[in-house]
Design a protein around this ligand. Structure first.
Ligand SMILES: [Zn+2]
Length: 500
């Protein structure tokens, strides 16, 4: 079962688009000799286009060009076509309407060549039955798609099957494309190779449970599992591409790359900003479940965010998981994550933007938050969560917490996707004294009490208190804040010096 999404836009809407001046519109018709009632069809086209153009108040007729042609005739043998192109070059035509790609050109390559040529002159084309309007970004996609098929296309595409670019897609898709985990069966379909599929599943599982790409690589190599390329060593990209390949959930994304210029055949990765892709769901048997795949994508994007903590967003708030869950010990407001571009405490931390000086001397380093979280998760008592299952208030959340915890009693790394979902909020102890002060006061026998804890409020209603991990002066929130504030002052001074 294949399903194709993204239907091509309706050209009628485009036609109705308002333009300040009247568009000079020309039509191009062509009839193949293999059509029985050729003459009728030919006259019919001329009449239809004349009426169509004249009935649009925003258009003015710039001419009807018609070639009576033989199927497969190139542009050189179509005098009217060439004349139309000349008049486009002369700036006499703004828009060309034609029935279909197969009538406009002999093949896709020729079609693309002319479409590009005309577009460069500012002339657009509407292919009625193909529903392509070269004024839209969509058209580029379709034309690119056509380019993809240009090579195999030696015969002229019949009118009926053209609207049927879709159909060709379905046909095109089943073309075998090598993919680790699958092999081609006698019908040319994807068939799972159990050993390889197990490796794919393991890679996803490891990543989902906190292993980095490098660790997965080492894991595979240590077990002498051959890479998808058949080599003994695994490269980063082999793991990476596996983790992002939608084919493992049984879907297919066409147009991952598109050909920018058909003549140079230069392939460019499709970033989907202008050219959408065709996405076909449930095309073949999946190896990875959809939900697991989604989790993996989420973790990937989160890790990328962490890596790009970046100097360019220095000081600014960074989007981060747990983003709305951490609370300031001084005023209770939400903490925001910021990068700390200071050598001694480089990394990122969480700080409060509201409140007074006390707030501003609290920046909790992210790595400590993560450590504390893992500890809290480890400490979470499954039996207690189970007790909560009886409470209607926490039912679903507690159940989920328990399921995950039962399966994974310890997380090696913060698995944001899960942890984020399980936590209501996190509060910090005062952290009012640095470890050194703390020691000094304790040595003097004075009151050295300080709360250096992190309290995790689970959504299931339980609360876990763990040590925040602040044992060194350089990890202390006050010290980190001081470094950061000094840094800001230096930046300020530098700015003033520059403007002075
Ligand atoms: Zn605060």
């Amino acid at each position: 079962m294949s399903k194709i999404e993204k239907i091509i836009l309706d050209p009628v809407k485009e036609i109705q688009r308002k333009t300040p001046e009247k568009l000079r519109v020309a039509a191009y018709c062509r009839v193949s000799t293999d059509t029985q009632d050729q003459r009728t069809s030919f006259d019919g086209q001329v009449r239809t286009y004349t009426q169509l153009i004249q009935s649009n108040p925003e258009w003015t007729l710039a001419g009807i060009y018609a070639d009576e042609g033989i199927t497969g005739t190139s542009a050189e043998k179509r005098p009217e076509f060439l004349q139309m192109i000349e008049e486009c070059e002369a700036g006499l035509i703004d828009l060309v309407i034609t029935k279909s790609i197969s009538r406009f050109a002999r093949n896709t390559l020729e079609c693309l060549t002319y479409v590009r040529k005309l577009r460069n002159m500012g002339v657009n084309i509407i292919f009625e039955s193909n529903r392509i309007d070269t004024r839209t970004a969509f058209s580029e996609m379709l034309l690119t798609v056509l380019a993809a098929f240009a090579q195999e296309e030696s015969r002229s595409i019949s009118e009926n099957t053209m609207w049927g670019i879709r159909k060709r897609f379905e046909e095109g898709v089943t073309r075998w494309c090598r993919l680790y985990g699958y092999e081609k069966n006698s019908k040319g379909e994807y068939q799972i190779v159990p050993d390889q599929a197990a490796v794919v599943q393991k890679v996803f599982w490891l990543y989902e449970h906190g292993s980095s790409i490098g660790e997965i690589r080492k894991y595979m190599e240590a077990r002498h599992i051959k890479s998808p390329n058949g080599t003994d060593t695994w490269c980063q990209s082999a793991v990476q591409t596996m983790l992002m390949n939608e084919r493992y959930i049984g879907d297919i994304l066409l147009q991952k790359f598109f050909v920018e210029d058909h003549l140079t055949h230069k392939a460019i990765r499709n970033d989907h900003t202008e050219i959408p892709s065709y996405y076909i769901e449930n095309h073949h048997t999946p190896i990875i479940s959809r939900s697991q795949f989604e989790r993996v994508q989420k973790i990937r994007s989160m890790r990328r965010m962490q890596h790009s903590r970046a100097d360019e967003v220095m000081g600014a708030c960074i989007q981060y998981p747990l983003g709305d869950k951490l609370r300031c010990p001084c005023c209770g407001s939400t903490l925001y994550q910021r990068s700390i571009p200071v050598q001694s405490v480089r990394g990122s931390g969480w700080s409060c933007e509201r409140g007074d000086d006390a707030c501003h001397s609290f920046i909790m380093r992210s790595n400590l938050v993560e450590q504390a979280l893992l500890e809290a998760y480890k400490k979470l008592d499954v039996n207690k969560v189970c007790e909560k299952l009886n409470s209607p208030k926490f039912g679903a959340a507690a159940k989920k917490t328990m399921e995950i915890k039962k399966e994974n009693p310890i997380l090696k790394k913060v698995d944001f996707w899960w942890v984020d979902d399980l936590i209501d909020h996190i509060a910090f102890g005062a952290h009012s004294k640095t470890p050194r002060e703390y020691q000094r006061l304790a040595a003097l026998g004075e009151d050295a009490t300080d709360d250096r804890t992190v309290r995790v409020y689970w959504r299931c209603g339980l609360i876990t208190t763990v040590h925040s991990g602040v044992v060194k002066d350089r990890d202390h929130p006050a010290y980190v804040a001081e470094c950061y504030n000094n840094y800001l002052k230096r930046q300020e001074a530098k700015k003033e010096a520059e403007t002075a």
